[in-house]
Design a protein around this ligand. Structure first.
Ligand code: HAM
Length: 488
């Protein structure tokens, strides 16, 4: 197409700017590097990258949970990270903080309302129904670990993406189940070298709670004028939640509030008393907290939280929490089936370990280094290294290094207990030298027996401690007190 382009008005001359500094001379053929202007995306607010330097803590907490699960007969389950929004609205409760304010919900490409799971219990109850677990021997004992999402205001120990390790026992109503779960929660922390105080309460049956609700509303109505705006709403929608409010007007009122134990039916009381008796027998230090009601709607009967000792007078949020949920499965469309469980906050646990200077023992650290000198030895080393690996002996090697000095530097850096040395002579003789790095003693062994010789030297305890005790001088006076003593 031809045609004259319309004449452009000449652009007004820009005001004379100061002369820019002359660019640095660039050598012919070299392209100057442009200053980067694209901002680097950051980790989303309230979420964290977990870096390799943290790995030993994560391994320790997961191992602690998995050992307990194995010992108490819980089997692993994994459910999706995304579920239908309706699952949490029905399961956790429409009027809970989680559902009202904290869910990462979205409509997917197919138009379905989905939510990043804020917790796992509702999903596990769903899985129990979906997979007909009712037909399995009861109770069904399950454990899980994974990521949860809550759109909360981030602060230390409170994130928008966090990890839980949880236990659920479905299909048994007996109080011994509640006790077993509380014992597991307590032992988890003890195994990691941490102290917790367990707070327990019973919120009874739906009927018990109905009566309690009436009493509570009547009490708080008398003080309505000092309640915060949120609690005024809670009083009509979910009055039990008023007990959790930390606002200066609301919190002191709790002390005079009616207690739920006073309205519990005989059956509910007996159930609870039995749980407490088991805890006493198991020597789990616990405290009754008559105002513990928990923020999720599915609970009934026993509820509990494990809390770390206050530090510098500041109380901590729960490290683990749970309780019985006898109505949940039915609420989700299953046959009436009792259940109980708890979940541990792994970030909070790791924070506490760091504060208490508890260093996890890193069982992935090599204890043996395999050094090779010369090409035939290098070739032999591949087989020896694989034998060690298959025997479960954590070993390291530096195949790319030729000089013995450079390899010994690696062995020293890793802090291994033994170095295996293979040279030309050893290849010909069918031997290997074992060097005890601490004692500096060497011995020669048959190459075919080296794995069993090393295994004999390493004392492998099946329940080796997960963490080293905190250094003496750094254990605060507070934490060296008797376990369970949190006064002051
Ligand atoms: P929950 O009390 O909501 O209960 O959470 C359990 C634990 O997860 C808390 O005690 C805390 O350690 C950790 N946690 C919760 N929210 C956050 C957060 N925003 N950041 C870091 N950690 C957090 C439940 O989730 C129930 N599903 C527990 C349960 C299992 N009940 C019966 N079975």
């Amino acid at each position: 197409m031809s045609g004259k382009k319309p004449m452009k008005k000449p652009a007004p001359k820009p005001a004379k700017a100061a002369k820019p500094a002359a660019p640095a001379p660039v050598a012919a053929g070299v392209v100057p590097i442009k200053k980067r202007t694209v901002p680097t995306p950051q980790t989303p607010r309230g979420m964290k990258d977990i870096l390799p330097s943290e790995a030993k803590y994560w391994r320790a907490v997961r191992t602690a949970g998995e050992r307990l699960a194995a010992a108490y007969g819980f089997e692993w389950i994994e459910t999706p990270i995304v579920e239908e929004t309706a699952l949490f609205v029905r399961g956790v409760g429409k009027q809970t903080d989680i559902v009202e304010k904290e869910m990462f919900s979205f409509i997917d490409q197919g138009g379905d309302e989905m939510t990043l799971r804020p917790e796992a219990t509702a999903a596990i109850a769903r899985a129990y129904i979906n997979h007909g677990m009712l037909n399995m021997p009861q109770p069904v004992k399950l454990f899980y670990h994974g990521t949860m999402f809550r759109h909360e205001r981030p602060q230390a120990g409170r994130y928008r993406q966090f990890h839980q390790f949880g236990f659920e026992t479905i299909g048994e109503q007996k109080p011994v189940v509640d006790a077993e779960l509380i014992i597991c929660a307590h032992r988890f922390f003890v195994d990691l070298g941490l102290q917790v105080k367990v707070e327990v309460n019973s919120i009874g049956t739906v009927n018990d709670r109905e009566q309690y609700r009436e009493k509570l509303v009547a009490y708080y109505r008398q003080h309505r004028s000092v309640l915060c705006e949120n609690c005024k709403v809670r009083l009509t929608k979910n009055p039990l939640r008023v007990l959790d409010c930390k606002e200066p007007g609301c919190e002191p009122l709790k002390q005079g509030a009616p207690q739920i134990v006073d309205v519990l039916s005989e059956d509910s009381k007996n159930h609870f008393m039995k749980v407490l008796e088991y805890l006493e027998d198991a020597e789990v230090p616990f405290e009754l907290n008559p105002y513990l009601v928990r923020g999720l709607d599915y609970y009934s009967h026993t509820v509990f939280e494990a809390v770390f000792p206050a530090r510098d007078g500041v109380t901590k949020s729960a490290a683990a929490a749970g309780g019985r949920y006898d109505g949940l499965i039915e609420l989700l469309g299953g046959r009436p089936t009792p259940g109980a469980g708890f979940a541990i906050g792994l970030e909070r646990t790791i924070l506490e370990m760091k504060e208490r200077q508890i260093i996890p023992l890193d069982d992935s650290k090599p204890v043996v280094f395999l050094a090779q000198l010369g090409e035939p030895a290098k070739r032999k080393a591949f087989k020896v290294f694989d034998d060690l690996r298959r025997a479960g002996i954590p070993a390291a090697v530096a195949f790319s290094k030729d000089a013995l000095k450079a390899q010994m530097e690696v062995a020293n850096r890793l802090g291994v207990k033994y170095t295996l040395l293979i040279g030309q002579k050893e290849v010909l003789d069918g031997t290997i030298i074992i060097r005890d790095m601490e004692a500096g003693i060497q011995e020669m062994v048959d190459a075919n027996k080296v794995t069993s010789e090393i295994a004999k030297k390493l004392v492998t305890a099946p329940l080796a401690p997960l963490t080293a005790p905190a250094p003496r001088d750094t254990v605060s006076e507070e934490s060296s007190r008797k376990e369970g003593d949190f006064s002051g």
